[in-house]
Write a protein that binds this ligand. Structure first.
Ligand SMILES: NC(=O)c1ccc[n+]([C@@H]2O[C@H](COP(=O)([O-])OP(=O)(O)OC[C@H]3O[C@@H](n4cnc5c(N)ncnc54)[C@H](OP(=O)(O)O)[C@@H]3O)[C@@H](O)[C@H]2O)c1
Length: 435
């Protein structure tokens, strides 16, 4: 049995995928009984240097040749407009699609998956989340019998590398970012990573698959790591916490929270120990309990491994006429809305003068909004000049018990107007294992 495969976009992932399909063709055939033949690879420029030489006979500059000649079209161009046009054209021609394009799926996945579902075609998207980690497959197959309660992910290697270096190497955000760029872990324009958008694309895709409804991306709460500073990383560590850019999707009754923001998690938790460019996803189901997936979240070879797993899955789907495909849209008929008023613990830091009555005036405002204090940390010796008045200040950290986000925000807007608080307060959400 033979399945013809074509790739559009022969860059980092496209080249890795072509290499894997050509070099490991035999082992895949032995394992599956299906011969996956790479028949066309399209790219606009065949003069640029690649890690692997694509055979002349299968190269083209015209993506339509891929659509004409293949059973499975692999979109590895990236970006929005052309990739969307390509996928829709492939589906119209009755071709199955595999893509790694998290940006496009998060923004427009509903249109694409609905078209595929109508035509009984498959869109494989394992490589769009967590690179080589088979987390999409886990949700679709291994955990299919569960109601998913929550997903927690470290889904962006660039930001995880930066936070790891700030914690372990004592680097400032700027120095850690510079180092990430030098090592090739951060793009020249790292704003999609640093701003939390890349992780948000990925958690939105996972949430749709886990909860059965496509959630509009613009409603997802996204906060990046650009304002995290070393002082908070260190003070958090003293309190027993590690800061991570955490992507969270959880079901609370008939509402789903999807959010990405810097988060303190207990340093003993497994996710806190995921360091450097590695990714991890913790999935909690009602029967399975907690499961964790860990591995390389990007790079040519790990991502190609995920793309090829989708190609093989699609081949099996074609040959066995399997059915039962789970599309990350609309399998849940119940109303589910996105919840904005999170219920969380909070780390708050205020720059204050070292004088009596400061803590009392801040805690009075917190009490007015039903926010109760779990711990206080005041560093006598750390002294800096801050605010318009250039006053000597010390950091006062308050760790709250669980509170509603809206109450916290209202309390903070009052607290920052107190004469004893200099400058902007710092807020970092705290997520506990039992949450
Ligand atoms: N890199 C990773 O580690 C990684 C991990 C997970 C997912 N992904 C996703 O995988 C996708 C591909 O990423 P990548 O890093 O491989 O990108 P890339 O290196 O920029 O590769 C994209 C390739 O597509 C070519 N291309 C652009 N327009 C084309 C067209 N109209 N027809 C044919 N080829 C065209 C580009 O050529 P030019 O360079 O000449 O424009 C380039 O060679 C993206 O959606 C990305 O988000 C990447």
């Amino acid at each position: 049995m033979k399945i013809k495969v074509g790739i559009v976009g022969c860059g980092v992932v496209g080249t890795g995928t072509a290499k894997l399909l050509l070099e490991n063709r035999d082992i895949i055939r032995k394992k599956t009984g299906i011969d996956f033949q790479l028949v066309k690879v399209a790219d606009l420029n065949w003069n640029k240097k690649r890690e692997y030489e694509i055979p002349q006979g299968i190269r083209t500059t015209n993506y339509k040749e891929v659509l004409e000649n293949c059973d499975v079209v692999v979109e590895l161009v990236g970006g929005l407009d052309f990739a969307k046009k390509l996928i829709l054209e492939a589906l119209e021609k009755g071709k199955h699609v595999v893509t790694a394009n998290k940006h496009l799926l998060a923004m427009d996945g509903e249109t694409l998956f609905t078209q595929a579902q109508k035509r009984n075609l498959r869109i494989g998207f394992e490589a769009s989340v967590g690179g080589g980690i088979p987390v999409v497959k886990a949700l679709r197959e291994g955990l299919v019998g569960n109601h998913i309660k929550a997903l927690y992910g470290i889904l962006n290697g660039t930001t995880n590398y930066i936070l790891t270096r700030m914690l372990e190497g004592g680097l400032s955000f700027e120095k850690a970012l510079k180092e990430a760029k030098e090592k090739g872990y951060a793009e020249a324009d790292p704003s999609l990573d640093i701003g939390g958008w890349d992780a948000a694309h990925k958690i939105n895709i996972l949430a749709s698959l886990a909860f059965g409804k496509f959630f509009p991306f613009k409603e997802v709460y996204v906060e990046g790591i650009e304002n995290i500073n070393r002082l908070d990383v260190e003070l958090g560590r003293e309190l027993g916490y590690t800061v991570k850019l955490l992507a969270i999707a959880k079901k609370v009754n008939s509402e789903v929270e999807i959010r990405v923001h810097p988060t303190f998690i207990h340093s003993e938790e497994a996710l806190a120990k995921v360091d450097g460019v590695y990714n991890a996803v913790m999935i909690e189901g009602d029967f399975v309990g907690k499961t964790m997936f860990y591995g390389k979240g990007a790079g040519s070879h790990p991502t190609a491994s995920a793309v090829v797993s989708d190609i093989v899955e699609t081949g099996k789907y074609i040959l066995c006429n399997k059915g039962g495909e789970i599309y990350p849209v609309s399998w849940e008929k119940e109303e589910i809305s996105l919840r904005k008023n999170f219920f969380s613990r909070y780390y708050l830091r205020f720059d204050v003068p070292d004088k009596p009555g400061v803590l009392a005036s801040i805690s009075r405002v917190l009490a007015d909004f039903n926010i109760s204090i779990a711990a206080v940390l005041q560093k006598e010796k750390v002294c800096q000049l801050a605010g318009k008045r250039n006053e000597p200040v010390i950091p006062l950290v308050i760790l709250t018990h669980k509170a509603y986000e809206k109450d916290i925000q209202k309390a903070l807007s009052k607290i920052k107007n107190l004469s004893v608080v200099i400058g902007e307060p710092v807020l970092i959400r705290v997520e506990e294992e039992q949450d």
